[in-house]
Design a protein around this ligand. Structure first.
Ligand code: DC
Length: 229
């Protein structure tokens, strides 16, 4: 069977990570949620008190920060362990401070170039499911299979709000919806690698399909591509 590279893109909280993670587990492929790299650079900038608007310094961090994405080292619901500067930053990169600063960081072309290089190195051996915003369009334009996952703003906000409540975070549904829309607007309108579906991507709308239906269809496509069809 041919080892595949699988690209999954889509806006925040669309369900793309759930699809990617389960697909990778099921196929015994490596799973890389590329958002963690943008988040780790943002965390490192905040940690070192580098101003987020200092593009040159933030870009240097993206080029040099010792970021490691490892299999989970703690069974606390994480999909991977993220380390930087000898610290386990797996949960810190989900903080409101990082959420607020990650979109501008990921709009810097130099940051994108540096992280894209890291992603391609990780994908070099194949057998990988890579999830992000520009994987099918920019990072791995020759991926064997591309999925683009969408859902209505309201469905995405409901999902993210429930997740945050489960983590004990005091935030309203309206705040979550406004934050998602703001981040989508920045991600879709930036000059460098804006969020959009690749022409050859299979589009899944999770407002209309359950995760099980989407997963079944994705797996069917993977199997047929693995067999060279
Ligand atoms: O998926 P996420 O919310 O963890 O992503 C965090 C930020 O990184 C988000 O603002 C979009 C950006 N990102 C990106 O621009 N390209 C990627 N391949 C992955 C994430």
């Amino acid at each position: 069977m041919k080892p595949l590279t699988i690209a999954i893109d889509g806006p925040a909280a669309s369900g793309k990570s759930t699809l990617g993670y389960h697909l990778a587990q099921h196929l015994d492929y490596l799973y890389l949620d590329t958002g963690v790299l943008y988040r780790a650079v943002t965390w490192a900038a905040l940690h070192q008190a580098i101003p987020i608007d200092d593009e040159a310094a933030v870009t240097r961090l993206a080029e040099t920060a010792p970021i490691a994405v490892l299999p989970p080292t703690v069974a606390d619901g994480r999909q991977a362990t993220i380390r930087c500067e000898d610290a386990d930053i797996t949960w810190d990169i989900r903080s409101p401070e990082v959420n607020a600063a990650v979109s501008p960081v990921s709009a810097y072309p130099g940051v994108r170039a540096a992280l894209t290089q890291r992603m391609r190195a990780m994908a070099a051996q194949g057998r990988i499911v890579m999830v992000g915003r520009d994987i099918g369009t920019v990072v791995l334009p020759d991926a064997d299979l591309k999925f683009y996952v969408v859902a209505s703003d309201e469905a995405r906000a409901q999902r993210r709000h429930a997740e945050m409540q489960a983590q004990g975070k005091a935030v309203t549904y309206e705040e979550v919806l406004a934050n998602l829309r703001l981040r989508d607007a920045i991600d879709s309108s930036r000059a460098a690698a804006p969020l959009k579906a690749a022409d050859d991507a299979v589009i899944f709308d999770t407002t209309r399909f359950t995760i099980e239906e989407m997963f079944g269809e994705a797996e069917r496509l993977v199997r047929s591509r693995e067999n060279g069809r």
